[in-house]
Ligand binder design. Structure first.
Ligand code: FES
Length: 89
């Protein structure tokens, strides 16, 4: 299940080596592209028992300083990274 689009493209983020990042998969976080814990409320509010607990953030930890493109449209097939799926929205 894909998340709610939080934007129409991607956002570039400069990762610090050894630091953990948690990419928001549900699209409801107010601190995009990062998780703020809102997915727990979203999961809880889902009526369909088959989908409860479906959303969870994706952890990223880089060993080196690097710039990455985090998906904002939440339709990527390579989460948390942009795969240009936003071009098909
Ligand atoms: S707030 Fe979206 S995955 Fe946590």
């Amino acid at each position: 299940m894909k998340g709610k689009p939080a934007g129409n493209t991607f956002v570039e983020v400069e990762l610090e080596p050894g630091k953990n990042y948690f990419w928001c998969a549900c699209g409801h976080s107010k601190t995009q592209p990062f998780c703020d814990g809102t997915h727990q409320e979203v999961n809880y509010s889902l009526v369909d028992a088959m989908t409860q607990g479906k959303y969870k953030p994706v952890r990223v930890k880089s060993e080196k300083a690097e710039k990455v493109k985090f998906c904002l449209c939440k339709q990527t097939k390579t989460p948390p990274y942009c795969d240009d799926s936003h071009e098909n929205l």
